[in-house]
Design a protein around this ligand. Structure first.
Ligand code: PRP
Ligand code: MG
Length: 233
């Protein structure tokens, strides 16, 4: 593994460090080697699960990282609170923020956004594919509404933030729209995938205004990730 030192693609200094927003959870684990290769090493508190800190200095005085929910990475970057972030394409699709530019596919966090239904409904009267009004539980209300509207179906959305797989079983909805990776959560809860809406990987994202006003600083970070990706390929 090549570890870039900040000096190799030096970021011009200004008074305040750039903020890089990272998502908690699975993507963060997958992103750690890439961050390291890009020469960004958060301080020791970052890996301390007991720490209540949310903002961390890194080995590079030009970059601080913040750790937020995966959906909130896009919002922090769109509002300019963070200038850079790592964010799933699912979240970008859901919000469709015009303020965000996503220059690099990082190739991590691969999964898909899919529709699923209870197993063995295909031949039955309550087969959701036959209903003109369908109830869908999801944490992606916009993606879901757009998907069904494009097929002339008016979907009623039940907006949940996790554990979607319970919704059809407990009669909250006919279908779910959720991320599928290995498929084991669907299987464990008696559901089957019926349609893939989109394939997902994580992207490096930047705030467009920040890129315009600080092109050298932010461009240098994009380049570090580009180099890290090329050397990990
Ligand atoms: C995600 C997603 C699915 C599951 C997919 O949930 O919402 O439930 O992972 O992975 P699999 O296909 O490998 O089983 P997560 O564990 O992040 O929890 P949450 O939905 O409650 O946030
Ligand atoms: Mg889940």
């Amino acid at each position: 593994m090549t570890v870039l030192s900040p000096a190799q693609t030096a970021i011009p200094e200004t008074d305040s460090p750039l903020i890089l927003a990272l998502p908690k959870g699975r993507i963060l684990k997958a992103a750690a080697p890439l961050l390291h290769m890009a020469g960004i090493v958060p301080g020791p508190d970052f890996n301390d699960e007991k720490s209540r800190l949310l903002r961390f200095e890194t080995n590079d005085p030009n970059i601080d990282v913040v750790r937020v929910r995966s959906f909130d990475v896009a919002t922090f970057v769109a509002f300019g609170g963070a200038q850079i972030g790592i964010c799933g394409a699912d979240v970008l699709m859901e919000f469709d923020y015009p303020e965000i530019y996503a220059p690099l596919d990082l190739g991590i966090g691969g999964c898909r956004i899919s529709i699923a239904q209870p197993r063995d409904r295909s031949g039955q009267e309550d087969n959701p594919n036959r209903l003109s009004q369908v109830r869908v539980a999801t944490k992606y209300p916009s993606i879901t509404r757009r998907h069904f509207a494009a097929r002339g179906i008016n979907a009623s959305i039940v907006h949940l933030h996790g554990a979607m797989e319970l919704a059809p079983v407990l009669d909250l909805s006919h279908l779910i729209v959720d991320l599928v990776d290995t498929g084991s959560t669907l299987r464990a809860n008696g559901l089957e995938e019926t349609h893939t809406i989109a394939h997902v990987t994580s992207r490096l994202i930047v705030n467009r205004t920040a890129l315009k006003t600080q092109p050298e600083r932010i461009g240098a970070i994009i380049n570090r990730f580009r180099t890290a990706l090329a050397s990990s390929a």
